[in-house]
Design a binder for this molecule. Structure first.
Ligand code: PMP
Length: 410
């Protein structure tokens, strides 16, 4: 019965049994009008909603899908592990194999601790930093997203002031601001947490200034705090070794999740030898943190990304998309900004502070079978071929035309 239910029917039923019909960042009511809530299938870089509509997927399930939905090598590895057992009395040998793979690949990693969601990993990284330093405060960039636990959720509903009291904010890319935040903590900084680039929702993205990356590394060293890179969103798309490796900046701790297992639920913290002892002291665990299927999927995903040079494939697809969108916007008479790395892109319209145009355009893309997002960055996968990008561009072109008919050119 439920297999054939329409999106509208599912929403009606969900409204009765799920708070708000859907909660959190996947609530389609907070995107743009017309967005489907429920999806029934994914394959490669395509997804199908509950009404059977097919989309070129430029969101990749908000990041986790990096090789394409149902990637054969990942599915084979997961199925083989599933046949042997998933949730056992202890982790499988695959945990050791996966940790070895990550330690080999990631220069700042001497050890790995596994969990399930990005929030587990960012929270666990801060616990390691606090256990190591015996300190309390954490420097965090204003507006940055690090997860949905009480210490970091963007909405204060259900949290107490105490749960936020140990955060001191600094402006992203502003080294003097980070230094001032550190001074404010008077020697009590356990960690500086930072995303590899600025990817706050509702805003243009911003590349990191390499001098800022190097500066926060030096600041953390000077004050004896841990530098934590939150690579949950960008990890494995930009550089398999870690997103700041190209700048020569190595963190003490890194939080990983999202794309690590091509959609299977897993997260990890990697850290340096100096933090191995403190990491060992944590009581940090979860019923499902050691399920072997996700670990087998992660191992296959990371090996595949390494073998095919996944970041380069995504860079190619993302460059084709960016160049195509730039040409289309110009030909339709719109001034747009395309920000973020091409693998994790976003497009905004000049002067569109209310996001009116962005909302309309993304809704028009949706009608043309292209699933992207009006106020959150998009994600490319290694499954996006030139033909897929061209198919997406055919849809975005029609959407620009619809936007011009509605609003006129800039
Ligand atoms: N950090 C960053 C940078 C993220 O983008 C996210 C997820 N959007 C998280 C942490 C939290 O991850 P999760 O939703 O898996 O808990």
């Amino acid at each position: 019965m439920s297999e054939r239910a329409s999106d509208a029917e599912l929403r009606d039923r969900a409204a009765k049994v799920v708070p708000g019909g859907m909660y959190g960042h996947l609530n389609a009511a907070i995107f743009a009008p017309g967005y489907p809530q429920f999806f029934v299938r994914g394959d490669g870089c395509r997804q199908w909603d509950a009404d059977g509509r097919e989309y070129v997927d430029l969101m990749c399930s908000w990041g986790p899908v990096i090789l394409g939905h149902r990637h054969p090598r990942v599915e084979r590895a997961a199925a083989a592990q599933q046949a042997a057992g998933d949730c056992l009395n202890g982790p499988g040998p695959v945990m050791v194999e996966l940790a070895e793979l990550m330690v080999d690949l990631i220069p700042s990693a001497d050890w790995v601790m596994f969990s399930k969601n990005g929030t587990d990993a960012t929270t666990q990284a801060l616990m390691v930093a606090r256990a190591a330093t015996g300190r309390t405060k954490v420097l965090v960039a204003h507006g940055a997203y690090h997860g949905a636990d009480p210490w970091c959720t963007p909405s204060l509903a259900g949290t107490t002031p105490n749960e936020r009291a140990d955060l001191i904010e600094y402006p992203y890319n502003d080294l003097a601001g980070a230094q001032a935040a550190a001074a404010q903590a008077e020697g009590d900084v356990a960690a500086i947490i930072v995303t590899p680039f600025k990817h706050d929702s509702f805003e243009d993205q911003e590349a990191v200034d390499p001098a800022f990356a190097q500066g926060v590394r030096a600041l953390a060293d000077r004050i004896g705090a841990a530098l934590v890179i939150d690579d949950v969103r960008a990890g494995f798309r930009l550089d398999l070794r870690g997103s700041w490796e190209p700048f020569g900046v190595r963190p003490d701790l890194t939080a990983w999740s999202k794309a690590m297992a091509n959609g299977y639920a897993i997260a990890a913290v990697t850290g340096t030898d100096a933090l191995r002892g403190p990491a060992q002291t944590l009581y940090s665990t979860g019923s499902f943190w050691f399920s072997a299927v996700a670990m087998a999927a992660a191992k296959a995903t990371i090996e595949t990304l390494r073998d095919v040079d996944g970041p380069a494939l995504m860079e190619r697809a993302g460059t084709r998309l960016r160049e195509g969108l730039a040409a289309q916007a110009a030909s339709h008479g719109f001034v747009v900004k395309q920000t973020g790395p091409v693998q994790i892109p976003w497009l905004s319209f000049e002067g569109d502070t209310t996001l009116e145009k962005g909302m309309y355009w993304s809704g028009a893309c949706l009608k043309e079978g292209v699933y992207l997002h009006p106020w959150h960055n998009w994600f490319l996968s290694a499954a996006h071929t030139d033909a897929d990008i061209d198919r997406a561009l055919a849809g975005t072109d029609a959407a620009f035309a619809a936007l011009r008919a509605e609003f006129g050119a800039d």
